[in-house]
Design a protein around this ligand. Sequence first.
Ligand SMILES: Nc1ncnc2c1ncn2[C@@H]1O[C@H](COP(=O)(O)OP(=O)(O)OP(=O)(O)O)[C@@H](O)[C@H]1O
Ligand SMILES: [Mg+2]
Length: 298
Amino acid sequence: MLFEVKDVFYTRMRGTPFAVEALRGCSLAIPEGEITAIVGPTQAGKSTLLLMLLGLLRPSRGTVLFRGQDIHQAPFDVERLRLRVGIVFQSPEAQLFEETVGKDVSFGPRRKKLPAAQSRRLVQEALEAVGLPYEEFRTRYISSLSGGQKRRVAIAGVLALEPEAILFDEPTAGLDPQGRQELLALIRRLKAERRLTIVLTSSSLADVAALADQVIVLHEGRVVLNGSPREVLARAEELLALDITLPEITRIALGLRSLWPALRCDVLTLAELEEELARFLPRTTSQEPQPSFPDACQ
Ligand SMILES: Nc1ncnc2c1ncn2[C@@H]1O[C@H](COP(=O)(O)OP(=O)(O)OP(=O)(O)O)[C@@H](O)[C@H]1O
Ligand SMILES: [Mg+2]
C-alpha cells in the first residue's frame, strides 16, 4: 500500500468555540499505481483527508503510513514526502505564484537544484503532457490564461517534480462538460503512461465511476462505503441519501426499479443497462407474429 490511514481523528480550529471534527475515525488504504476516488458530500472531510496524507495536518489521534512508515515518526522525512507526492488544489490560483507559465512550472526543479538542461526538459515534458505546447506557453503570463489552462499549469508544476503520486482535490469542479472530460482523460493518461498513483476527490460519482479502480465514500469524517465503482454503485439508494451525484445511467436504472424492483443498478454503460433490461422485457422471436403499431395501441 502507498498510504494507509488508520483510525484518524482531526479537529479543525481545536480549542476554539468553532472547533469541528473533520475526521472521526477514518480508516482507508491507497494501493500503488491505481486511481482512488474519495467521494462525499460537501464538508465530508475530503480536503482534510488529502492534507492529512501529505502530512500538512497532524492527526489528533490515529496514524498515517506511507509505504508502512508512520509519516509523523522520526526518521520519516515529511518534507521529502511532499517532493514524491504532489497535490493539485481545487482552485489553481492557490498554487500558481510566478508571473509566467515557464517560471511557475520550473519552480520545483529549481527547488531541487537540478541542472538547467534537465530542468528545461522536465518543464517541457510536463507542459506537453498536459496539452500545453512548450514553445507557445512558456512565456505566457499566468494572468492571461483561462481557468482550465491554469489548472493544467498547476498539474504541470506537480509533474515537473516527477512525483510517484498526485492528489487532486475536486479536479473537475467548475469545468464545463468538455473540460471535465479532457481532465479525466488526462488523469487516466497519467496513470497509464507514468504509472502514477492517483487520489482524487469529488462530490459526484458521475465523473469518477468510469475512471476509478477504487471508490471510498466519506461522510461526516468516516468511511461509509468502500469498493470498486460497481460495488459502490450497487448501493445507489444509500448514495442518493448522502447527496452524492450518481452517473446518469445509474439514475435511469434506479428510476426503472419502480417497474422492476429486482433490476440491478450497478450498471456502468448503456449497453449494460440494455442487457439488464433484457432480463425483464418479454422477448419476441422472429417466428412470432409482430404486432403492428395500431394493434399495439388499441
Ligand atoms: N479552514 C477551515 N477552518 C475551519 N474549519 C474548516 C476549514 N475547512 C474545513 N473546515 C471544516 O472541516 C470539515 C471538513 O471539511 P472539508 O473541507 O475537509 O470537507 P470537504 O469534503 O472537502 O468539503 P467540500 O466538498 O465542501 O470541499 C467541515 O465541517 C468544515 O466546515
Ligand atoms: Mg474540499
